[in-house]
Ligand binder design. Structure first.
Ligand SMILES: [Zn+2]
Length: 98
């Protein structure tokens, strides 16, 4: 399984109780990712995990961003997860595969 970072946000660890935060509660980094199956790329799942602030920096560098693209082949708009500077995607669901 390969993890693709889609976001790292600060969050309260003890946020189970929505109304109250314990005074000593520190904010931690939460890493949100999609996990793609090595053998079947159509199989993926969303997940999250707590990470340290150092790992947060590493993850953010490799983060993927959800962007919208227009397919040059069929003019269909679609969204894909790409790197920050990437402004093209060839993963059009309309033209893809079978
Ligand atoms: Zn297309």
């Amino acid at each position: 399984m390969i993890k693709y970072t889609i976001g790292v946000y600060k969050a309260y660890k003890n946020s189970g109780n929505l109304c109250f935060h314990r005074k000593e509660t520190k904010k931690s980094w939460k890493h949100y990712f999609i996990e793609i199956d090595d053998y079947n790329e159509d199989e993926y799942s969303f997940g999250s995990e707590w990470v340290s602030s150092i790992k947060d920096i590493i993850l953010k560098r490799r983060q993927l961003y959800k962007k919208q693209f227009i397919c040059l082949e069929c003019d269909v708009a679609f969204t894909d997860y790409v790197k920050k500077n990437q402004d093209e995607s060839e993963n059009c669901p309309n033209c893809d595969g079978d």
